[in-house]
Design a binder for this molecule. Structure first.
Ligand code: NAD
Length: 260
C-alpha cells in the first residue's frame, strides 16, 4: 500500500472492523484519512488515528447530505486524488433488531437502507472525481444477507441490497479501473453488534460450527481488507469475500448446540 492514500469511514473505537482494516493498511505503508460521526466519536478516533501517524480527520454523517458535501469537499481540498475508500457503516433501530422482521416499520426500513446501503453508492459517486487513475472501494457485509439469521431482520435485507450494490457499482466503475468489493465478516463483538438481539449466542454458534472452530478478529478482517484495497487484488471486483472462519460453507450444523 506504499504510495497509496485513502479514506476510512466507520471507526468508532478500537474494536471497530474499520480499525482492523486501518491498522493493516498502515502496516503496509498506506496513508489514511479518517471520517467520524459527530464530536463524541472524534475524541475516540483522533488518538487512534494519531497512533498510526494520521492527522487528517473529517466529520461526516452519511445521513445528512450537507455533511456529506462538506466532508468530500474537505477531502478533495487536501487530497485531490485518492486510491481507496473503506465504508464500514451500518445502522438500524435496535428495537427492530430483535423479534420478527415482518414487524419492521417504514421509518426504520428507510433509515436503515439510507445509512447502511445508499451511503455506499453516494460515497462511490462522490469519490469518482478523485479516482481518475483508478481505485478500490470496500464495504462490509454479513451472512445475514444470504440466509436468515435470527434478530438480524431489516439489517439482513439491507446487507442483501448492499451486496447487490457492490455488483452494480463494480460494473459501472470497472471501465474507470475502480474496483468495488465487500468483505462478509463473521460476527465480532463491536458497538454496532451489541444492538443485535442474542448476539452472544450468534458468536457461540459460529465458533462451534465454523471450519476453523473460532470466531474471526478485526485483524482477520484487516488482512483481507488490505489485500482487497491493494494491487494484489488488481483482478478482483464485484466480489463478496467471506472472512468468517469458513462458516458460510457449512451445509449441516453440528447436532449439539452450544450452551446459551
Ligand atoms: P462499529 O459500531 O464499530 O462501527 C459502525 C460505524 O458506523 C460507527 O463508526 C458509526 O459511527 C458508523 N455510523 C453509523 N451511522 C452513521 C452515520 N449516519 N454517518 C456516519 N457514520 C455512521 O461496528 P462494526 O461492527 O465495526 O461495523 C462496521 C461495519 O461492519 C457495519 O457495516 C457492520 O454492519 C459490518 N459488519 C459487522 C459485523 C460484526 O459482527 N461486528 C459483521 C459483519 C459486518
Amino acid at each position: 500500500m506504499a504510495g497509496k492514500r485513502g479514506l476510512i469511514m466507520g471507526v468508532a473505537n478500537d474494536r471497530s472492523l474499520a480499525w482492523g482494516i486501518a491498522q493493516a493498511v498502515a502496516a503496509q505503508g498506506g496513508e489514511i484519512a479518517f471520517s467520524f460521526q459527530g464530536e463524541a466519536l472524534e475524541k475516540r478516533v483522533r488518538p487512534l488515528a494519531e497512533s498510526l501517524g494520521a492527522d487528517f480527520l473529517i466529520e461526516c454523517d452519511v445521513a445528512d447530505p450537507a455533511s456529506m458535501d462538506a466532508a468530500f469537499a474537505t477531502l478533495a481540498a487536501r487530497w485531490p486524488t485518492i486510491d481507496f475508500v473503506v465504508h464500514a457503516i451500518g445502522f438500524s433501530d435496535k428495537n427492530e433488531l430483535r423479534g420478527r422482521y415482518v414487524d419492521t416499520s417504514i421509518e426504520n426500513f428507510a433509515m436503515t437502507m439510507n445509512i447502511s446501503v445508499f451511503s455506499f453508492t453516494d460515497v462511490a459517486r462522490r469519490v469518482l472525481p478523485l479516482m481518475k487513475a483508478g481505485g478500490s472501494l470496500l464495504t462490509l457485509s454479513y451472512y445475514g444477507a444470504e440466509k436468515v439469521i435470527p434478530h438480524y431482520n431489516v439489517m439482513g435485507v439491507a446487507k442483501a441490497a448492499l451486496e447487490a450494490s457492490v455488483k452494480y457499482l463494480a460494473m459501472d466503475l470497472g471501465p474507470e479501473n475502480i474496483r468495488v468489493n465487500a468483505i462478509s465478516a463473521g460476527p465480532i463483538k463491536t458497538l454496532a453488534a451489541s444492538g443485535i438481539g442474542d448476539f452472544r449466542y450468534i458468536l457461540k454458534w459460529n465458533e462451534h460450527n465454523a471450519p476453523l472452530r473460532r470466531n474471526v478478529t478485526i485483524e482477520d478482517v484487516g488482512g483481507a481488507g488490505a489485500y482487497l484495497l491493494s494491487h494484489l487484488a488488481s483482478g478482483v471486483t464485484g466480489e463478496i469475500h467471506h472472512v468468517d472462519a469458513g462458516y458460510n460453507v457449512i451445509g449441516m450444523k453440528a447436532e449439539d448446540a452450544p450452551d446459551m
